[in-house]
Write a protein that binds this ligand. Sequence first.
Ligand code: ATP
Ligand code: MG
Length: 155
Amino acid sequence: TTINFNRLINEVLPIIQQRAEQKGISLTTDVTKDITMHADGKRIKQILINLLTNAISYTPENGDVNLSITDEEENVHITVTDNGIGIDQEAIPRIFERFYRVDKARSRDTGGTGLGLAIVKHIVEVHDGKISVDSKLGEGSVFHVLLPKYDKTSP
Ligand code: ATP
Ligand code: MG
């Protein structure tokens, strides 16, 4: 099916916005024009929810989280940026593993299980996409997801 990112965001935002407000985090979105692609909306929504939930969970009160979606020639580029706790360079290769949580996060009140990013990675791979992260401890993180617009796994 054809999904429209503006519509997807309108469905995801109410859930996420509430979490952000509770922490005084400002959540902003940038979406260039009308972006559509061929994919399963439920799965793409899961990507957005998991990345945004992390950005909010691992950012201290009054921080900033941004979701940006841009239309690139063959891909849709999703970027989730936060100015939170950041991730140690040594931990970065492991955060996509199931049940892996960075030590400091483990003791936080977030109560996560360490599955969110493993699920995101799985969905991205099923769509022949790419995921990467740039992060600096104490400064913040930027997660990039590239999804090919044409998805052969979706009807
Ligand atoms: P779950 O998502 O299953 O509730 P979780 O958030 O701990 O639990 P993941 O989403 O897979 O699990 O993330 C794995 C780990 O990567 C987190 O525990 C955290 O240590 C680190 N992490 C993920 N996103 C961020 C981020 N935006 N900033 C800092 N650390 C992050
Ligand atoms: Mg998570």
